[in-house]
Design a protein around this ligand. Structure first.
Ligand code: 6PG
Ligand code: NI
Length: 195
């Protein structure tokens, strides 16, 4: 029988006092996701920059368990577009997620397989419930400072990155005259994956 587990999560860094996985995502893992492909390639040639990190507390990936942790999106831009996570559907589509913003300023870009989309604010103290079927991507819209979010999702969810790598998100977030601005993704194409 499992024993209760506790860890500390305190600012300013909000790195869990204990974690099992530390995932590091660099520019190279975002191939084809940024609008300005030329600037992306130039930046990558210079330096495979660190975009974001995830600290996860491992639990059995089964229904009934809850996976949880912290994702930290660093500040920066590729052309006019802010640093963001890869984004994904859950492999088990009918699994939700809760996000609790601990620090920073950002947006969560969301969409369903049917093409419905939403963009939600992320700011300290804000809780976002991501319903089942909604793909999700976090975007750090601050010029300085990390976007730090605590997340919880069902153990059996899994991750489907392939659909997003293939079709992208319908909406992108750019720095429009100093303001985070949501635009259509000209390269979005419905993957036709009828899920
Ligand atoms: C999840 C969560 C969350 C997410 C991170 C990194 O399902 O695991 O949504 O932990 O993984 O925010 O984002 P990417 O998984 O899209 O790289
Ligand atoms: Ni998720």
């Amino acid at each position: 029988m499992d024993k209760p587990i506790a860890f500390e999560l305190h600012g300013p860094e909000f790195i869990p006092s204990q974690y099992d996985k530390h995932i590091v995502r660099r520019l190279s893992s975002m191939d084809g996701q940024y609008l300005d492909l030329e600037t992306y390639q130039e930046m990558l040639t210079k330096d495979d920059l660190l975009l974001y990190e995830v600290y996860e507390i491992e639990r059995p990936e089964v229904a009934g368990e809850l996976l949880h942790g912290v994702s930290i999106v660093h500040p920066g831009k590729v052309g006019q577009e802010y640093f963001m996570t890869k984004g994904h559907f859950h492999a088990v589509l009918d699994t939700a997620e809760v996000y609790y913003c601990l620090k920073g300023q950002g947006l969560m870009v969301l969409e369903t397989p049917e093409g419905e989309w939403a963009v939600e604010d992320l700011s300290p103290g804000r809780v976002l419930y991501v319903p089942p079927r909604w793909a999700h991507r976090s975007v750090n819209t601050a010029n300085q400072g990390d976007l730090i979010i605590f997340f919880i999702y069902p153990g059996h969810s899994g991750h489907d990155y392939g659909t997003i790598e293939q079709q992208g998100f319908r909406k992108l977030v750019i720095d429009g005259a100093g303001q985070p601005t949501v635009i259509d993704n000209p390269r979005w194409k419905a993957s036709g994956v009828n899920r």
